[in-house]
Ligand binder design. Sequence first.
Ligand SMILES: Cc1cc2nc3c(=O)[nH]c(=O)nc-3n(C[C@H](O)[C@H](O)[C@H](O)COP(=O)(O)OP(=O)(O)OC[C@H]3O[C@@H](n4cnc5c(N)ncnc54)[C@H](O)[C@@H]3O)c2cc1C
Ligand code: FES
Ligand code: FES
Length: 493
Amino acid sequence: MSRPVRFILNELPMDSCLPPGTVVLDFLRRDRRLTGTKEGCREGDCGACAVLLGALSGGGDGAVSYRAVNSCLLPLGDVEGKHLVSIEGLNPPRHVGDAPEQVSLTPVQQKLVDHGAIQCGFCTPGFVISLTGYLLGRYPWSYREAVEAVAGNICRCTGYASIKRAIADLVDQLGAAVQSRLGGSPDDRERSHLQALVDLGVVPQYFLAIPDRLRSLDVPPGGQDQGAGRTVVAGGTDLFVQRPQQLVEEPLSFLSGAARLRQVRVQEERLYLGAGITMEEVRRIPELEERLPGLVEALPLVASLPIRNRATLGGNIVNASPIGDLTVMLLALGATLGLNRDGSIREVPLERFFKGYKQLDLKAGERLEWIAVPLEEGSFSFEKVSRRRHLDIASVNSAAWIRVQGGHIEAVRLAAGGVAPVPLFLARSSACLAGRGLTDELLEQALDLAQEEISPISDVRGSERYKRLLLRQLLLAHFQKLVSQQMHGEVWV
Ligand SMILES: Cc1cc2nc3c(=O)[nH]c(=O)nc-3n(C[C@H](O)[C@H](O)[C@H](O)COP(=O)(O)OP(=O)(O)OC[C@H]3O[C@@H](n4cnc5c(N)ncnc54)[C@H](O)[C@@H]3O)c2cc1C
Ligand code: FES
Ligand code: FES
């Protein structure tokens, strides 16, 4: 029997006795009758169900960091100790004297209205939440990033031109207004950013008291229901698509409260990434930004911001999809996994972790603790072909890590997804190139070997022949991007 899940919903303290596997979308709409949060796809694809999730940042500054997430994939158990904000929480009614209740629009809502960016309005709460989440995040803002923040929101009727005009106007006007209010020392910046957003009506006044209120919630550390024999939930973005009904009944173990799984450390020329680090957090790791800019730049191609705010590295690997983007990247980086059972760690090279379709070298009771990436000199490239730029699983993806000196390939690792039952390290193609002078003939030889290593099947994402052709082109694209100045000849046509 689980204890009640304790958190703050909009302005109200909450103890919910619903099963921790209940998704927040159902809690809001069915239990609380807060129907502003819309139910669209229930698979993380449309963004109509977006909510804000605020958690104490743990950085000692006492601040709460807010992220837009999809409530259809967010289990209630993961909200424990946090601030959950539905669309209603952005417009609490105000009472002025004896006058009837008044609800005023936030600047985000007003800009959407001003630019005619709403028709049926079904998608609008999701857009408002995603944009508010963006404004609550890092400052200064940019139009490009604000548009990227709504890449997970689909509108079926307005058309995106008016939404984009509203966003441009919002970022422009509000940016200037916030800038004029900031001032003060850098230490106060976080707090004054929130104060400025409150002053401008982006979020209501009660947001200012949330950090203290969260700290005084009586919630045991470590999150809900840690323990052996339970289904492990990391970000839930695979699990709650695959079997949402069963998860309401099952005993669950939530990893999001385990601080050690979010650690990043450098030790003995390895970068250790906690398995609970989210895809969006990966984008902000200084060692990766500095050494592997190609990886950081590729991450906006993965899913959408609300999914990346929840989806973890560990979940991407253990889910074992043959097309997992992060898994393919990590294969090319030569990652090693640290598997934890009762505190003792077993190391397994990622390329040996996958035994067959969804079959893993993961023993009963073992959990993925960290992923270690060697910190070597080299360049990285990731390529993905999908039917849509955002929010789509690839037909074929591929990653390459290469170190070339004067036309000589010192080291190379190639990986591919969507071309075999498992995410594939292209061992033979990589070995054929390593330690050799780079010529067109050698590259052709490696491309031919790659075709022998893969075994794609025809399915909804493309025919076998198409996938073979795609992989050849994606491998060529890596070489063109990373070493093209040292290559000549017909292999590029
Ligand atoms: C709309 C949408 C778009 C998506 N787009 C992409 C995309 O573009 N590219 C892509 O690669 N993926 C995509 N995904 C898939 C998904 O987001 C990723 O695979 C994600 O990394 C899964 O991580 P998670 O933390 O959510 O895993 P969860 O769903 O929590 O878990 C997945 C599996 O891993 C297990 N698990 C998780 N962590 C551990 C651990 N530390 N130890 C042991 N077992 C563990 C769980 O028990 C479960 O079996 C998308 C998903 C959705 C819904
Ligand atoms: S209902 Fe579509 S993303 Fe949640
Ligand atoms: S306004 Fe109708 S779906 Fe966007």
